[in-house]
Design a protein. Structure first.
Length: 230
């Protein structure tokens, strides 16, 4: 199967103000986020991208704009990559939310958390995983098993996908850290996903595409003794 790059949007004005942006319109990047977005084409310069998909929210579209201009790849908007609907918590201060009884559930038992007037994290997990797996199958069929594609989305969405790929329960997904403009990488195979990177904020992202030489066993097999490098 293809290789998926999960890109969290760059730092937004809501991030810098300590607000839970959710699906509120008009939340763009702050100056640091704009600089992160501007650096993205350089970070991905050695990565061949077969396709780019994105959440429809402004902060994701702004994050991808420099990459779109550099590569001439128009991102395809996908509702399945949309941010969590935080309902009544949307645009609230995170400090104030931390005193709410539901906050403890979100932290320790997220699979049971349903935001008032909004979405449950278990539902987010289901739609995010279904979306990326369906898109991965589609891109593999169109571009071949060595294709690399990118999905620009949001922190809790990415953490949900990574929890599935790591084979951990959603209640453990708060152990995963996904910073603004970080990259996490998953390669799906017939039997299991492989998680290649998590929360990568470095400059050099080359080497993500599968190498064309023959691999021992099948594409679903892990390397016995660990990766050999090189």
């Amino acid at each position: 199967m293809a290789t998926l790059i999960l890109l969290r949007h760059a730092r937004s004005v809501a991030n810098s103000q300590g607000l839970l942006a959710g699906r509120a319109p008009g939340i763009g990047l702050d100056p640091d986020g704009a600089a992160q977005a501007a650096a993205l084409p350089g970070r991905l310069s050695d990565v061949p991208l077969a396709a780019v998909h994105t959440s429809p929210l402004q902060r994701c579209l702004e994050t991808l704009r420099p990459l779109e201009q550099a590569r001439g790849l128009e991102p395809a908007v996908h509702e399945g990559l949309l941010e969590v609907d935080y309902g009544d918590w949307t645009l609230a201060e995170l400090g104030a939310l931390s005193t709410e009884p539901l906050w403890r559930v979100v932290q320790h038992h997220p699979s049971a958390a349903v935001f008032p007037g909004g979405e449950g994290l278990a539902d987010v997990h289901a739609r995010a995983v279904a979306t990326v797996r369906q898109l991965d199958r589609q891109i593999t069929a169109e571009h071949g098993p060595d294709a690399v594609w990118l999905a620009c989305t949001h922190g809790d969405v990415i953490k949900s996908v990574l929890a599935d790929a790591l084979g951990i329960h959603l209640d453990s997904f708060q152990r995963i850290v996904v910073e603004p403009c970080s990259v996490s990488v998953v390669r799906y195979t017939e039997l299991r996903p492989f998680v290649l990177r998590v929360n990568d904020q470095g400059d050099a992202l080359g080497g993500l595409a599968p190498k064309p030489e023959a691999r021992p066993g099948t594409s679903s097999d892990a390397v016995v003794g660990g990766a050999t490098g090189g």
